[in-house]
Design a protein around this ligand. Sequence first.
Ligand code: HEC
Ligand code: HEC
Length: 487
Amino acid sequence: MKSNPRPRKRRFLIFVLVLAAGGATAWFGWYKFFRQVEPTPIASDEEWFKHGSLGSESQFGIPYWIWVVLPRIFPDLMPGTGGYKSFGVVWEPGSELPVGFTKKTVGFPRVGNNCALCHVTTYRLKEEENPVVVLGAPAHSFNVQAMFRFFSQAANDPRFNANTLLSEINQNYDLGLCDRLLYRFAIIPFTRRAFIQQGQQLAWMDRPGKPDWGPGRDDAFNLPKYFLAHLPEDHSVGQCDFASAWNLQVRKGTNLFLNWGGESPSVYTVLVDSSVGVGARPTRDFEPNMKRLDGFLSRLQPPHWPYPNGPYAIKADLAATGKALYQQQCASCHEPGQPQCNHPVPIKEIGTDRERFDSWTPEASRKTNRAINEGMGAHRPDTIKNVGYLASPLDGLWLRAPYLHNGSVPNLRALLQPPEQRPQTFYRGGDLYDPANVGFVSSGPAAERGGFLLDTRQRGNGNQGHTYGTALPAGEKEALLEYLKTL
Ligand code: HEC
Ligand code: HEC
């Protein structure tokens, strides 16, 4: 019997139509969710450092329009007025996003982060003056923990729903019917789930007995320990200051280390691990980005002491006396090129709070090394468990307050006091400068306003140890302090 050719033809036609529809759906899905639009190249290194994408948007990007409206829907969940500014980010006038925030279209416009989030700061010499923005300085006012908490609390709040978010977005921008549907049925629910999940993954930071990080700090080595090495939660606390990231030229050389606990054996390791930390992954742009960061941060110089004249100008004679003291008592550990500089001092010898040091283990090193090198294919010299805290160069020291790895000493004058005379509590987070004590204003109304009370009696916040220079006679301390301002 001859088979009827017509049904076969029809089946073929249906097959082609299904394939075409499938292809169109796949293309639509790719276009709306994954299509990467390369941002306009940013020629200036400074501008690129502040807002350039490292590729974090694919992993951790927040849909731009959701990012825009969240502070308006949840002002009650923010630490203060002013939207994202209340987390202490640097937001320059006329700029669409705060410093450290990036925007890139991956299917839809998303907001990501880069290094500047924690490595750009501001200072003011007078309360009423405009803040001066400094690249590469520790972002001592920025409270990353408060920002993490905000996103997870918002996502767990019943107001985080498509109706509320879309009606707020609609007041700013017409998404169009198609995108509105995508936001309603995909982007908003996905984002909510991602925030909730991130909150659950960060639950360890809110356990009883773990002090708040507060502004200018995070638990730098517990983050990769749990997120990348997937180690079970332990009881460690490792809150520590954001470091300065300028002048990396003096951090390079064989067998020199970085990070507070000397865990990283090369600048390249820090660049790769920090990029992975913000959500960048080794794709096509990764190496060029590492190279650009390396070039920029190696050249970037810290700013000079900001009082060229007047009562706080550096007194050259006094500073010269101080320099001799520094050479005798400090240089062997802190001067680049000297034997102990960029090397850790054994924990017992340095005597500072050991919690941050103990938060990292050989196993955490092994597992994160594997996750980054083998899992992601970013080959960099491995991190290790070292023996104590790092003696780093003191460049730009005046702008690196509060001092020590955990930011437990408000200013340099206090650091030159014996530990029992250093302030037991003080406020941190404000950007008003205190030239007499060499640090930020850390007590009184200006410091209290929006400041974070750091209590050195809490776990991981101890202000003991590092007693170098504390036994000098008062006049010599004054001279040493004068010299330290010049660094
Ligand atoms: C969320 C805040 C945050 C972000 C974002 C961040 N850092 Fe850091 N950075 C830190 C903290 C905290 C430390 C100190 C960590 C430690 O040693 O325990 C640090 C340390 C460093 C150091 C080491 C300095 C030293 O003295 O040893 C360098 C260099 C650095 N970061 C560069 C970068 C670069 C480059 C990026 C972007 C790719 C980046 N950071 C992103 C918080 C951050
Ligand atoms: C034996 C080595 C050694 C000597 C000597 C030494 N330091 Fe340090 N210094 C360290 C180490 C290690 C740290 C990090 C300790 C920590 O953060 O817990 C440090 C930290 C510091 C910091 C804090 C830096 C920051 O960014 O917070 C300052 C300031 C400092 N030292 C100044 C001095 C001065 C001034 C002298 C001389 C009077 C001196 N040091 C002598 C090893 C030394």
